[in-house]
Design a protein around this ligand. Structure first.
Ligand SMILES: N[C@@H](CCC(=O)N[C@@H](CSS)C(=O)NCC(=O)O)C(=O)O
Length: 284
């Protein structure tokens, strides 16, 4: 028996046979098909196309399986100038080796914040790759070669990161945004379907909520978000996904505060070590 859905399905299947997959997603071809069915080729729930990276932009995500931390290496392919975000002490030799193999010159080692769960690899990378400068947010109470204020930029070749102040997990938390590539490195402000805890250091749930909604969720929906950690095996997310599906940050401010004040998480294993003044101040 034929109903409307079988008819639409049949007609789509006939059209689909005429075009290759890449043709199917082109704008002209999309216009042929009903908007609801073809808003996105691989998921009707996620509405925006992911922002594509340009060919002259290098991007690599690295992982530390002890602290579950992501480190990000970015570079300008033409000038071979690189920056690294949130390196981990024990992984500095791995990172330095990769940077050398790829023929990059590391200009800046940035931290999104003063981490409580691991020791930053910034100081060690400066030794392994002389000439590297350390960068951290102005309000972070950590030593560095450069302290970034809200809106200040770090350039590498023809690309640049904009440092945006996103306090709440700690006072000094920064999100680093590469507008041209549609990507933001959120540190612990936004995690995939989660967010940084607010129960120690200078944590404040209201401040975190306002930072995220004002500075991160206000970015275009298709911007990719890269957190400092993931504990569930996910790699990246988008502004749109987190606005819709983040079980904490999609709620009202009052609900968010209630959730954050009742997380009851165990303290990070390395906290005693990682926020010792001798460690924090040894980053540069
Ligand atoms: N189990 C880990 C620490 C896990 C943790 O507390 N992560 C922090 C970010 S590092 S301070 C966090 O904010 N988590 C939020 C959450 O909802 O899990 C360890 O022992 O190191």
């Amino acid at each position: 028996m034929m109903n409307t859905f079988t008819l639409v399905g049949k007609s789509l299947a006939q059209h689909a046979r005429k075009f290759s997959c890449s043709e199917l997603v082109s704008k002209e071809r999309q216009a042929i098909f009903p908007r609801l069915l073809f808003t996105r080729f691989y998921s009707k729930e996620v509405m925006q196309e992911r922002h594509q990276l340009s060919n002259d932009f290098f991007f690599r995500q690295l992982f530390d399986d002890v602290s579950w931390t992501y480190t990000y290496l970015l570079a300008d392919v033409e000038s071979k100038t690189a920056v690294i975000i949130d390196p981990v002490l024990e992984r500095a030799p791995r990172d330095a080796k990769l940077i050398k193999e790829l023929g990059f010159k590391l200009k800046f080692a940035l931290n999104t914040h003063c981490h409580a769960d691991h020791i930053t690899g910034t100081g060690y990378l400066k030794q392994l790759l002389p000439g590297t400068l350390s960068v951290i947010g102005k309000y972070s109470c950590a030593n560095a070669d450069r302290w970034l204020d809200d809106g200040e930029t770090v350039e590498f070749g023809k690309h640049k990161l904009v440092g945006v102040s996103t306090p709440g997990h700690t006072n000094g938390c920064m999100t680093y945004i590469v507008h041209e590539q549609g990507m933001a490195f959120t540190g612990d402000a936004v995690l995939i379907r989660g967010c940084g805890r607010t129960d120690f250091q200078e944590g404040n749930p209201k401040t975190l909520y306002e930072s995220v909604h004002g500075k991160i969720f206000s970015l275009p929906d298709n911007f990719r978000l890269y957190p400092a950690h993931d504990y569930n095996g996910q790699l990246e997310t988008t502004v749109e996904e987190e606005k819709k599906y983040n079980p904490r940050l999609s709620k009202s401010l009052d609900e968010f505060v209630e959730i954050m004040n009742n997380l009851k998480l165990a303290y990070p294993k390395q906290i005693v070590l990682s926020i010792k003044p001798s460690v924090v101040f040894a980053c540069n």
